[in-house]
Structure formats: structure tokens, C-alpha cells
Design a protein. Structure first.
Length: 252
């Protein structure tokens, strides 16, 4: 009779279920649909419809939805199903305040040890965003903007700060994508990017910190303008109405 130790060893050697690898791929696809706005806040994720759309069984779909729940992009409603998360205006304002602090910290760190390779990448991203502004391409600008912020956060060499910032960004995808379709917003945003980079490249730590924080908070104001929320409400998040809702829809 095999020993318990042998049984445990065999159990530990079992391969990962292949459907989990498929689920990761589906999770990424669903994230992109949510981030792009194709699947909006309040929309119900229908397992059966998604299985048909993705050409798979419902098992990997279910696993992918669990992953999305884990990162806070979807929420389960008892006896109703799973829906893309709707965050309130108050939550959005609070997240922006935390993002500003983290982004400022990273910019200050970047001013101390910017590498030649990273300097070049920053310059290429800025040029790419300028081109997206000229073309009025909000989709391209949004992707490059995310890369710029990720590259700056990578400069701080603090894993906890990077993870916290990434978590906040994932939550804000539910709001932010809509305002990058305005060319004026894109231009203002990239002008701020350029000033932050110039401060970093010159080693001006305090200036980089202040500009980076101001950039995030200016982004908050631009977003509020698209929501028709009075600007003075930004100073009083506790007074903001909750939640901003979207009509319930099903993903077919």
C-alpha cells in the first residue's frame, strides 16, 4: 500500500488544469472589452453567451469571471448574476487622491535614477501621444498614456507602490476611457506629461513630484467635466452622490 507521503507527492505533481490557462486568456479578453467600454458598467456577464462568443465551454468562462471578481472589475449580485462594477463618484475621487500621491512619489524617485534607455522610451511615448493628438485617435492615445504612467511607476522601484497604483488604475478604467476621445483633453494631458518628463530628466525631484500629482488631479477635473459634476465637488468627496449608474444590459 502506498504511503501517505507518496500520495501527497503524487498530488503535488499533478499538472495544472488546462482550462485554467484558457481562463486566463479569456479573463484578459474580458478586461479589454471592459476597458474599451464595449462592455460597460452595470452590464451583466452571461456565462452561456460568453461561452458561445469565445468558442469554449462554460467552465473556463466561470473561472475567468472569478478572476475578474478578484481584481474588482466585476461584482456578483445574489440571485441576479455577475455585473461589471459601477464605482461611485465619491470612490472615484478618493482613488484619484491616492493615485496622485503614488504618482508624485514615483516621479520624484525617477528624477534620481533615470536611465538612458528609459529616457528614450519616455521620449518615444511622448512623440507617439503627440501624433495621436494630431490624428484625434483617442484609442491610441489612451494605450500610450497607460504605458507612460506604467513606465514612470516602474522608476520608483517600490513593488508595493507599483501594485497599489496598478490596482487603482484598474478600478478607474471604468470611468477614464470616455474622456480621452476629446482632442483638447489629450493635448492638455500630454503637455503635462512633457513637463513631468522634463523635470525628471533635469533631476528636479520636488518639481517632478508636484507636477505628477497635479497631472493626476487635473485628470480628475477633466473627467468630472465629462460627468457634468460641479468642479467644487472635488474638494468635498463626501458630498458626492453615489452611485452613478448605467442601465442594466446583458452581454450577448
Amino acid at each position: 500500500m502506498p504511503s501517505r507521503a507518496t500520495d501527497k507527492s503524487k498530488s503535488a505533481e499533478r499538472p495544472v488544469r488546462p482550462e485554467l490557462g484558457l481562463a486566463h486568456g479569456i479573463c484578459e479578453q474580458l478586461q479589454q472589452l471592459i476597458y474599451s467600454g464595449e462592455v460597460g458598467p452595470g452590464e451583466r456577464l452571461n456565462e452561456a453567451a460568453l461561452a458561445v462568443r469565445m468558442g469554449t465551454s462554460r467552465g473556463p468562462i466561470r473561472e475567468a469571471i472569478r478572476m475578474l471578481t478578484g481584481i474588482g472589475l466585476v461584482v456578483a449580485a445574489p440571485n441576479r448574476g455577475v455585473f461589471v462594477r459601477q464605482i461611485s463618484v465619491r470612490e472615484m475621487l478618493e482613488i484619484y487622491e491616492l493615485r496622485a500621491l503614488l504618482f508624485g512619489f514615483a516621479a520624484q524617485q525617477a528624477a534620481e535614477h533615470l536611465s538612458a534607455a528609459d529616457r528614450q522610451e519616455f521620449e518615444e511615448l511622448l512623440a507617439g501621444m503627440d501624433a495621436a493628438c494630431e490624428a484625434g485617435d483617442g484609442q491610441r492615445y489612451y494605450g500610450l498614456n497607460l504605458r507612460f504612467h506604467a513606465l514612470l511607476m516602474a522608476q520608483c522601484q517600490n513593488r508595493r507602490a507599483q501594485q497599489a497604483y496598478e490596482d487603482h488604475v484598474k478600478e478607474l478604467h471604468l470611468y477614464r476611457r470616455r474622456y480621452f476621445n476629446a482632442t483638447l483633453n489629450m493635448r492638455r494631458s500630454n503637455n503635462e506629461h512633457r513637463r513631468i518628463f522634463e523635470a525628471i530628466a533635469s533631476g528636479a525631484k520636488e518639481r517632478a513630484n508636484k507636477l505628477a500629482q497635479a497631472h493626476v488631479l487635473h485628470g480628475r477635473q477633466r473627467l468630472l467635466a465629462t460627468l457634468d459634476v460641479p468642479a467644487q465637488g472635488a474638494a468635498q468627496p463626501s458630498a458626492m452622490p453615489t452611485p452613478v449608474t448605467a442601465p442594466e444590459r446583458r452581454l450577448a
